[in-house]
Design a protein around this ligand. Structure first.
Ligand code: ZN
Length: 147
């Protein structure tokens, strides 16, 4: 019987090979980019916010399987969600990656779905930057979109 690690590896590979929400959006959608020089990962986030909801998101860039699958999962998890929920998800994801930003403990009661596949990354500190890159880039896009 395949173990949890195999299942997680399969989910990560699936998002890497068939990335969700790949592409770009025209202005007035916000565009931000993030780089992880340690690994060579690049992520572009195109974000459209309508009435406080992430109405559309597209992902560009290239890099390792962790960075690209994390971006794909992130895009699927936030599309159609209210900004407040997305901000909460960003801090919850960082918390899962052992990044403490000093805020309140995130509510971890709701299931994370595919994102749980990335929790094993925390065992490899050098890859945490790969996994978090798209989330930081999304946070920056949110700041710009709601400024
Ligand atoms: Zn990487």
């Amino acid at each position: 019987m395949p173990g949890l690690e195999d299942l997680y590896r399969e989910i990560i590979l699936d998002h890497y090979k068939s990335p969700r929400n790949r592409g770009s959006l025209e202005p007035p959608a916000v565009r931000t980019e993030g780089h992880n020089p340690l690994c060579g990962d690049e992520i572009e986030v195109y974000l459209a916010v309508t009435d406080g909801i992430i109405s559309d998101i597209k992902i560009g860039g290239q890099g390792c399987s962790i960075s690209q699958s994390s971006a794909s999962m992130m895009s699927a998890a936030v599309k159609g969600k209210p900004i407040a929920d997305v901000r909460a998800l960003i801090s919850r994801f960082k918390h899962m990656m052992s990044i403490d930003e000093g805020g309140p403990e995130p509510d971890t009661s709701a299931p994370l779905g595919d994102l749980e596949a990335l929790q094993g990354v925390v065992k490899f500190p050098v890859r945490i930057k790969c996994a978090v890159l798209s989330w930081n880039t999304l946070a920056e896009a949110l700041e710009t979109a709601t400024a």
